[in-house]
Unconditional design. Structure first.
Ligand SMILES: [Zn+2]
Length: 479
C-alpha cells in the first residue's frame, strides 16, 4: 500500500509536467495522430560532408549555419546495395555493398574509398527508400521500377518540383523523378522528366545554347542531351506556355496533366535571370521549366581567370551575373508550387558542391557552399514568413561525401585561419567516400527521425540510413 501512495502522486506530477512541456507531442500520441506536414522540402548538398560546412563557415566567419541549429541533428549513412559501376553498355561491374564500419571509417582511408556510392544510387535511396546499385535512377537491383517522392506527392494531390545548380537531368534530381537503368542516359531521362512526369517545376542547367561561361552558342549548340535533344528544346522554347504536343525522335508525345483537370499542362520556359527573378513574387505560370543560360553549372564550371588555381580562395574569377543563384531559383520554385492549397514536395540540390570537391577546388567549394547555405536561408525565411514550422518539414542533408576533406592530414581537423582566409584543409581524394554526412531537420514530424537512428558512430553519434529519410515522409503522408 505504501508503494501506491508514494508512486501515485509522483506519476501524476510527471503527467502534469509533461503536459506543460510537450503538449503537442502528448496530444499527438494520445489521439494516435501523427504530424502531417503540408509541405516537405529536402535540400541536398551533393557531396557535402561535415568538413565542407565547417571549412566554409570558417572562411565566411559564420559560427553556425541556420540548419546546424535545427532541432534534429543526426548523421546519415549512404553505402549502396551494390557498389562498383553499371555502364552504358549494360555491362555490370557490381559487387554487394559492404555496409558502414565505424572503426574503419576513423582509421583507414583506403576503406573510406572502397565500395562508395554515387549520386544516382544515392538519389534513388533518398527518393524511394530503397538502396540500389550504382548508376541506377529509380530502378531496384532486381530491375523493378520504384515509386519516388515526386510520384508519391502527386498521387496525394500535392505539387512537386526539383531544383538544382547542375543539369536537371543529372543524377540527383533525376533520381526523384525518372526511372532508368543508368544515369548517363541523359536524353532519355530529360524526356521522361519533361514529358512523362507530372512535375510542376523543373529547374536546372544543361542549356545547350550557352557554354559554361554563359556565352551564347550562335553557330552550333552544345550537346543537347541534358534537355532531351535540340529538337525538343527548340519546340519547348517556341511553344512556351502553350504547346502540349512535341515531336520527339520521330514520335508525337504529349505532356502530362499535372493538376488532374483532364487537360495536358504546357511548360512555361524561363531562362534569363530576369525571368527567374520575376518568378519569386506575384502570380506565376502553372508549370515552369527553368533552364538558366549556361551549360553545365550555374558558376562552378566557369573558366578560371585572374590567376585562379584549385588552391585559390573563393571569388577570384567574377561570377556570371546573367544566371540566377540557387536562392533565386528556390524562391521562384516555391512561389509556383505554393499555389496548390494541398501543399507541395520540393528538392533543392547544391549540385556543384560535389563538382568542386571532385576537382579539389578549395575556393570554388566555398563559393558553392555559400550559394547552398543562402538557398537554405531563403527557404527558412519563406517558411517563417509564408508558412510555419507546424506546416512545413525541412530536411537538409547530403547524398555522400566527396573529396575526403580534412585538415593537415587524414582525420585531422580543419584549421580556422580566420574570416576571409582559406582554412587549413586538404582533399585526400577526388572521388566519393564512405564518410557519414549530416542530416538536419525541422518541422512537423522531424523528431521521428531520431527513432530511425538506431546505429551509432564513434564520432558522429547516432546515424540513420539515407533510405530512411523518405520512409518517414511516406509514413507521414499516407496515400
Ligand atoms: Zn560526385
Amino acid at each position: 500500500m505504501n508503494r501506491i501512495h508514494c508512486y501515485f502522486p509522483a506519476s501524476l506530477w510527471l503527467c502534469i509536467a509533461l503536459l506543460f512541456s510537450f503538449p503537442d507531442q502528448l496530444f499527438a500520441q494520445k489521439s494516435g495522430e501523427l504530424p502531417r506536414p503540408k509541405n516537405v522540402i529536402i535540400m541536398i548538398g551533393d557531396g557535402m560532408g561535415y568538413n565542407h560546412i565547417l571549412a566554409s563557415n570558417y572562411y565566411l566567419g559564420i559560427s553556425k549555419q541556420v540548419y546546424e541549429t535545427f532541432p534534429v541533428r543526426l548523421a546519415s549513412c549512404h553505402y549502396p546495395a551494390k557498389a562498383g559501376s553499371y555502364g552504358d553498355n549494360g555491362k555490370e561491374k557490381l559487387r554487394w555493398g559492404t555496409g558502414y564500419n565505424t572503426v574503419a571509417a576513423w582509421t583507414d582511408t583506403a576503406w573510406l574509398k572502397r565500395n562508395v556510392t554515387e549520386s544516382a544510387a544515392s538519389a534513388t535511396a533518398l527518393a524511394t527508400g530503397v538502396k540500389t546499385y550504382n548508376n541506377a535512377i529509380g530502378i531496384s537491383i532486381h530491375g523493378d521500377t520504384l515509386v519516388n517522392l515526386v510520384q508519391w506527392a502527386k498521387q496525394i494531390g500535392k505539387s512537386a518540383g526539383v531544383v538544382t545548380s547542375v543539369p536537371f537531368s543529372h543524377a540527383t534530381p533525376a533520381g526523384f523523378v525518372a526511372h532508368n537503368a543508368t544515369r548517363t542516359h541523359y536524353s532519355q531521362i530529360a524526356c521522361e522528366m519533361l514529358l512523362d512526369s507530372r512535375c510542376d517545376v523543373i529547374m536546372g542547367c544543361g542549356n545547350p545554347m550557352f557554354d559554361n561561361n554563359g556565352k551564347p552558342q550562335t553557330g552550333r549548340w552544345k550537346d543537347a542531351k541534358f534537355v532531351g535533344d535540340s529538337a525538343l528544346f527548340s519546340q519547348l522554347i517556341a511553344g512556351s506556355g502553350t504547346r502540349t504536343e512535341f515531336a520527339v525522335k520521330g514520335k508525337m508525345k504529349r505532356v502530362q496533366d499535372c493538376d488532374r483537370d483532364g487537360k495536358p499542362d504546357a511548360w512555361t520556359v524561363v531562362s534569363d535571370a530576369d525571368g527567374f527573378r520575376a518568378l519569386m513574387a506575384g502570380k506565376t505560370p502553372k508549370r515552369v521549366l527553368g533552364c538558366p543560360q549556361v551549360y553545365e553549372t550555374l558558376q562552378q564550371a566557369r573558366k578560371m581567370e585572374n590567376g585562379e588555381s584549385r588552391n585559390s580562395p573563393p571569388f577570384i574569377t567574377p561570377h556570371n551575373s546573367r544566371v540566377p543563384d540557387l536562392s533565386t531559383m528556390a524562391k521562384g520554385a516555391i512561389n509556383v508550387l505554393d499555389n496548390n492549397p494541398a501543399g507541395f514536395f520540393l528538392i533543392i540540390e547544391g549540385g556543384a558542391i560535389d563538382w568542386a570537391a571532385h576537382d579539389n577546388q578549395k575556393g570554388r567549394l566555398i563559393e558553392e557552399m555559400k550559394d547552398f547555405n543562402e538557398a537554405v536561408l531563403a527557404v527558412v525565411d519563406w517558411v517563417t514568413k509564408n508558412s510555419s514550422w507546424k506546416e512545413t518539414l525541412l530536411v537538409v542533408t547530403a547524398d555522400h561525401e566527396t573529396g575526403l576533406l580534412w585538415g593537415g592530414g587524414p582525420f585531422l581537423p580543419i584549421e580556422n585561419s580566420g574570416t576571409g582566409k582559406l582554412p587549413g584543409m586538404k582533399f585526400f581524394s577526388g572521388e566519393h567516400t564512405q564518410s557519414l554526412v549530416p542530416l538536419f531537420a525541422k518541422g512537423p514530424g522531424c523528431e521521428l527521425y531520431r527513432r530511425y537512428a538506431d546505429e551509432q558512430d564513434s564520432v558522429r553519434g547516432p546515424f540513420i540510413q539515407q533510405s530512411e529519410i523518405p520512409q518517414l515522409i511516406e509514413f507521414l503522408w499516407p496515400k
